[in-house]
Write a protein that binds this ligand. Structure first.
Ligand code: WTA
Length: 690
């Protein structure tokens, strides 16, 4: 009877309104022991979804994409990609070879060609006479704005490239970027690409600790940051996190280049720190882009895996740009001369890489970038921006759509959203109700919706309807794009029949695929290519409906998706146990109406550690600790103090059972537990008010 369970919820919701498109599946489940029970979760709801939206004939008549693309790519996939690469990307040395898969699972695409990513994203548009076209309509959170044309971008990126060279950065060196979403962030990425220095963008919401481990892993030579950025109506500092990260010891870093954004005070290390406006402002605006091989690394982007250590996913140049441009053009039906495109993602995520920086700029698009949160100064901010810039294509995340839905129809209803003509969704399965709301309230019942499935690892969109071609189904990403081969496998590596669920796999290499995990080829093979030999295992559950269309069902591994942020259960557990009061911890992602999933932590406290403190105090301290170790996005919504954790005989925590508890369900099959009474203890403790 001494057993007790104390549940402590965070008083306020952790940033349900975060605009960064990312992930959050319903009913994901992890591999506890051998059984994979995820693919069936949430199916019932989706199976009853029978609304259909055929393409509008007027839209179809003007669409970039045509149904014949599928036939062409099916008939000759490599011929299809050869043409996309030649049509959409400019090469300084044209390629002959399309794909070299002899080193599988590391692909080489267009490998004998040479090019420069920034030349493709900037210079060639100026050369073509489009220097006056707006590349970026920047909207700062406080309301300041900047218009950056392609000619401006060419000038600034050239200056920044020269400044990087002057700071000793050479082709092949890695540069870490830790910035708010301001034009200089885009310029910084393009300046790196211009000199062939792979960038590693670290989301500004990550902690000094997380930044440090990423700087170390990539052995970055330079860090580009800002004094701070604006978030939720206030200046939020960034530079102190860089200082803290470097104080932990980062021998590779020679300089820190600092943009002045907020004007707040910053500590300064003489000799190391350099102001952007001085170094870049005084540099020459003449710079010739460095030609690199198609397979030259373009960037590294860290993402959570199933172990504690984030994976440095790396992408190369030619294939990545080809698929970024092709998908951006066809999935969003981009007309560069007419459209105003807005992707709400932060550059700290892959969506910001491919659909804020490389895809739109390579296609010569005009786009909006917005620094802040959707509810600053009020909940109409996004729709004010759509009205003000006459945004025609909007790409965002289900978590943001659900938040706006909760805020009510009247807010978007009071703005003129008639400029919108295509709406996109990314980051997690979009539930049919959110899809319908997006179409009706934001899209005025007219616009096609593209639900786009892809990952940091895939580099670009893989599964999505094509507007003007596909009859859409609310909640389904539906079909692999032309040139992409996907399937759903069962445990025995057989494709499942229509109407059944299993694991999403990619059965042929694609141009924008990751080339590996930085510095860890072994982990690359293990993570993606060992589950089903010869095919790529995405880590997502999926089902095929009666038409063979694909419905994504969330992760099947120990990766959670919270407000569109991909988080590892193991990473948060190790952050918790690094706190002196915690003996053991288990973390699960529990379904959450707004954030998709929420972090729920079960902790066992050390016998003596928590004695004179309340559960609330301990929970507050643990949350702050997780924020410090990883970042505020990883803070548990709920912390449950327990006496035992459910483990198998081999000592593996059965998260599936804990998820049942966290989602207030009857606890499932617990027969493989070493001590079957543990779950009774936990649930009994829960039903007694603490
Ligand atoms: C999930 C974001 C369902 C999925 C681009 C994937 C989705 C993970 C969708 C990758 C979608 C992304 N429908 N699930 N349309 N888009 N996901 O690396 O679980 O941040 O594996 O890339 O998000 O997240 P990542």
């Amino acid at each position: 009877e001494v057993f007790s369970v104390t549940q402590v919820d965070e008083p306020t919701h952790p940033e349900p309104s975060d605009p960064s498109p990312r992930t959050a599946p319903t009913g994901a489940a992890s591999h506890d022991g051998a059984s994979a029970d995820a693919p069936s979760a949430g199916l019932a709801n989706l199976l009853t979804e029978d609304r259909r939206f055929p393409p509008d004939p007027d839209f179809a008549a003007q669409a970039n994409a045509h149904p014949e693309l599928y036939a062409w790519a099916n008939a000759d996939r490599l011929d299809f990609w050869r043409d996309q690469a030649r049509d959409l990307v400019s090469w300084s040395t044209p390629f002959e070879e399309v794909l070299d898969w002899s080193g599988a699972p590391v692909a080489r695409w267009f490998a004998d060609g040479r090019l420069n990513a920034t030349y493709n994203a900037v210079d060639r548009h100026v050369e073509a006479g489009n220097g006056d076209r707006v590349a970026l309509h920047f909207e700062g959170e406080p309301g300041d704005t900047r218009t950056v044309t392609y000619a401006d971008l060419q000038r600034e990126v050239s200056q920044a490239a020269n400044a990087l060279l002057a700071l000793g950065v050479e082709t092949g060196d890695r540069v870490a970027i830790y910035m708010p979403l301001i034009p200089e962030a885009v310029v910084a990425m393009l300046a790196c690409a211009r000199i062939g220095a792979p960038h590693s963008v670290v989301f500004g919401g990550f902690s000094a600790e997380a930044l440090h481990s990423r700087i170390e892993d990539a052995q970055a030579k330079l860090v580009i940051t800002a004094d701070g950025g604006y978030r939720k109506g206030a200046a939020s500092a960034l530079k102190p996190a860089v200082d803290d990260a470097l104080a932990k010891g980062s021998a590779s870093v020679e300089h820190v280049l600092v943009v002045r954004r907020t004007g707040q005070d910053v500590a300064w290390t003489e000799g190391r720190d350099v102001w952007w406006h001085e170094a870049v402002g005084s540099a020459s605006a003449e710079h010739t882009p460095v030609d690199v091989e198609a397979e030259h690394p373009l960037f590294i982007l860290y993402t959570s895996g199933t172990t504690g250590k984030p994976k440095g996913i790396f992408h190369t140049t030619g294939g990545y740009l080809t698929q970024a441009a092709y998908t951006h053009l066809n999935v969003f039906d981009l007309k560069p001369e007419q459209d105003v495109y807005w992707c709400t993602a932060d550059i700290g995520w892959v969506t910001g890489h491919t659909y804020v920086v490389y895809g739109p700029l390579v296609n010569g698009a005009t786009q909006v970038i917005y620094e802040g949160t959707p509810d600053t100064p009020d909940r109409g901010r996004w729709w004010d921006i759509v009205e003000k810039y006459k945004v025609s294509i909007l790409y965002t995340a289900p978590t943001a759509i659900r938040t706006c839905m909760k805020w009510g129809d009247a807010i978007p209803g009071a703005r003129d959203l008639s400029s919108l003509r295509v709406l996109g969704s990314v980051g997690e399965p979009i539930n049919p109700e959110a899809w319908m709301w997006y179409r009706r309230v934001i899209g005025g019942d007219r616009t096609p919706i593209v639900d786009t499935w892809w990952q940091t690892e895939t580099g670009a969109i893989m599964i999505s309807p094509l507007p003007g071609c596909t009859t859409t189904k609310p909640g389904s990403a539906q079909v692999p794009l032309p040139g992409i081969s996907a399937d759903v496998f069962d445990d025995a590596a057989e494709p499942v029949p229509n109407g059944s669920g299993g694991y999403l796999v990619l059965t042929e290499p694609w141009p924008a695929m990751l080339r590996g995990i930085w510095g860890d080829p072994e982990r690359y093979r293990d993570t993606y290519w060992s589950r089903f030999p010869g095919v790529y295992f995405a880590g997502d559950g999926a089902k095929k409906d009666d038409d063979g269309d694909i419905w994504l069902l969330g992760r099947v591994d120990d990766v959670m998706n919270v407000s569109g942020h991909r988080l590892s259960t193991t990473e948060i557990e190790s952050a918790l146990v690094s706190h002196p009061t915690v003996a053991e911890a288990a973390v699960v992602g529990a379904a959450d109406d707004t954030t998709g999933q929420a972090v729920v932590a079960f902790v066992i406290l050390r016998g003596d550690a928590a004695q004179d403190r309340s559960a609330e105090e301990v929970a507050t301290e643990l949350r702050a600790h997780v924020a410090k170790e990883i970042g505020p996005i990883a803070k548990p919504r709920t912390i449950l103090v327990v006496q035992e954790l459910p483990k198998t005989r081999s000592g593996k925590i059965m998260r599936r059972l804990l998820r049942d508890v966290a989602e207030h369900r009857t606890v499932g099959d617990a027969t493989t537990l070493a001590d079957a009474s543990v779950m009774d203890l936990i649930t009994a403790g829960l039903s007694t008010p603490p």
